[in-house]
Design a protein around this ligand. Structure first.
Ligand SMILES: Cc1cc2nc3c(=O)[nH]c(=O)nc-3n(C[C@H](O)[C@H](O)[C@H](O)COP(=O)(O)OP(=O)(O)OC[C@H]3O[C@@H](n4cnc5c(N)ncnc54)[C@H](O)[C@@H]3O)c2cc1C
Length: 481
């Protein structure tokens, strides 16, 4: 029997996670999606060859593999195979040098030579406390850990983040800073260290997997579950006014604060609207999809074993290019992330042709065509790469926002990850998913725990609404009947 009605605006992983939770609790859920396809940051496209899928946004899923929501939802149990490379991420340097983060902490430390013991001191305690740390960092960030073991884990984590990068050699230092680069624009301080520790230790636990066939498989599994529980989708429908959803007692916005403001400005109290309009966005991403004729010819062939490759040069070079992007200047050698899914997923390679996914950190809203910039960056560490390129398509930071209004100016994190915006995301409220409007919730990556494909913002927003409006606990998410 239906418990009531709910609308979800946006079908990224958080919108879908909210809808799964609500539909399983017995609500009639309708999802509205501006794009012609569901999935948000999980969408795939075939721009060059209909048989070859390119991930438009996310490609690698350490967060989905570790997320309490996805663990209970059980992606493998629903046929989504998460393929784990033995080398989670790699960081090539000039002269054919490279540092590699293996799944095995021992193998990583052995290969890092003199810095191996420091890598172990930093990451070994985190791998031991990984479950508790993941629960803490993928939470609403309002509830401290309760078990003594989790408190110890959190303290070890905090000390590591405060101490920062402890390495003497360029290789380990660059390997660490490359992961910190995921904190776009906040690489060198406490936030960058915390991101490096969190994502970095996952490479040694649940891994940095890629879904076989591409990220859209995750969106499809979520959508199938929503449909099986009575939910329906309206694609190609951008909600532009909250009044459109007047018939729904519960409404969830899987959108940026800016989009929410434009949809609900008339109804929102002026003070809250002002607070939302002060939300800051980070530097942008400019993406290039390459279709290539062979695996990337890395100067150091070991790099070709990695699921993800960070191209930024030394720590000093990364900090310099990130500082430039934050200040609105395009670096001639930006931080670039590269993924060749064919390394772990042979189904992505058709007749020898393979997709390569790469994006550069650039100033917010930058509209410089990125193909030459990114190709040159890969070429520096993989001479001859340009000769393997069959086709290429560039998406500027400015264009990302057209593709998805959540990525303001190409900010793929849906809001800067400054300390202030971690505590108050998107504004300062005890329950960060609520808004001053009764029954209206925010649930995108602009709410805790922030960016990445983990579904936790959607799940926690839905759990909050079920508790407040129906006095219900979150339903079981398991695939088993
Ligand atoms: C280039 C790129 C690479 C990335 N790589 C990774 C990665 O490898 N791993 C990882 O974990 N994360 C990655 N991310 C980040 C990840 O994709 C996002 O953090 C995640 O998708 C956020 O999920 P969400 O549900 O909050 O929003 P989104 O996935 O952005 O979805 C929001 C949806 O809402 C829709 N929408 C917005 N406004 C409206 C409206 N008014 N009406 C109707 N619909 C609306 C949008 O069209 C969109 O479909 C990447 C992102 C980008 C852009």
């Amino acid at each position: 029997m239906s418990q009531g009605h709910a609308a979800v605006v946006g079908t990224g992983p958080n919108g879908l996670a909210a809808a799964v939770t609500l539909a399983r609790a017995g609500l009639d859920v309708v999802l509205f999606e501006a794009a012609s396809e569901i999935g948000g940051g999980l969408r795939g496209e075939s721009p060059f060859d209909p048989r070859i899928v390119h991930d438009v946004c996310s490609a690698v899923h350490p967060m989905a593999a570790a997320s309490p929501f996805f663990r209970e939802f059980d992606l493998p149990g629903r046929g989504v195979e998460l393929v784990r490379p033995e080398v989670g991420y790699a960081h090539p340097l000039d002269g054919g040098r490279a540092a590699l983060a293996h799944r095995s902490l021992d193998a990583t430390c052995d290969a890092l030579g003199a810095d191996g013991p420091a890598w172990r001191r930093l990451f070994a305690p985190l791998t031991r406390h990984s479950d508790g740390l993941t629960r803490l960092f993928l939470s609403d960030l309002r509830h401290p850990p309760t078990s003594p073991a989790d408190v110890v884990g959190a303290l070890r984590f905090g000390l590591g983040a405060l101490r920062g990068e402890p390495f003497r050699g360029e290789e380990a230092s660059a390997l660490f800073t490359g992961v910190a680069g995921h904190a776009v624009g906040e690489v060198s301080g406490l936030v960058g260290n915390a991101v490096a520790l969190m994502l970095g230790h996952l490479a040694h636990t649940s891994g940095w997997p890629l879904p076989r066939g591409g990220s859209a498989a995750i969106a499809q599994a979520l959508a199938d579950d929503i449909t099986a529980h009575g939910g329906t989708f309206q694609v190609g429908h951008r909600v532009t006014d909250l009044g459109e959803l007047a018939g729904f007692p519960l409404v969830f916005f899987d959108t940026s604060p800016r989009e929410f403001l434009s949809v609900a400005r008339r109804q929102l109290p002026a003070r809250y609207a002002r607070a939302l309009s002060r939300f800051r966005y980070a530097p942008g991403a400019a993406k290039v999809d390459f279709l290539v004729s062979e695996p990337i010819p890395w100067a150091n062939p070991e790099v070709g074993r990695a699921g993800t490759v960070h191209l930024g040069g030394t720590r000093a070079e990364i900090l310099r290019s990130e500082r430039l992007a934050s200040r609105g200047h395009l670096s001639e050698s930006p931080f670039v992330l590269v993924v060749d899914p064919g390394v772990v997923d042979p189904s992505r390679v058709v007749d020898g042709k393979r997709p390569v996914w790469a994006y550069a950190h650039v100033p917010n809203g930058d509209d410089t065509p990125p193909i030459d910039l990114v190709r040159a960056r890969i070429e520096r560490f993989a001479p001859g790469f340009g000769d393997t390129v069959l086709e290429a398509r560039g998406i500027t930071a400015a264009q990302y926002e057209i593709h998805n209004p959540n990525y303001v100016g190409g900010d793929i994190g849906a809001g800067a990850m400054s300390l202030r915006q971690i505590a108050a995301r998107p504004t300062l409220r005890w329950d960060p998913y609520t808004t001053p409007l009764h029954g209206v919730y925010l649930c995108s990556a602009s709410t805790p725990p922030g960016p990445g494909v983990h579904g936790m913002a959607g799940y926690l927003a839905a759990a909050s609404a079920l508790r407040r409006h129906y006095d219900l606990r979150p339903p079981s998410l398991t695939a088993r009947p």
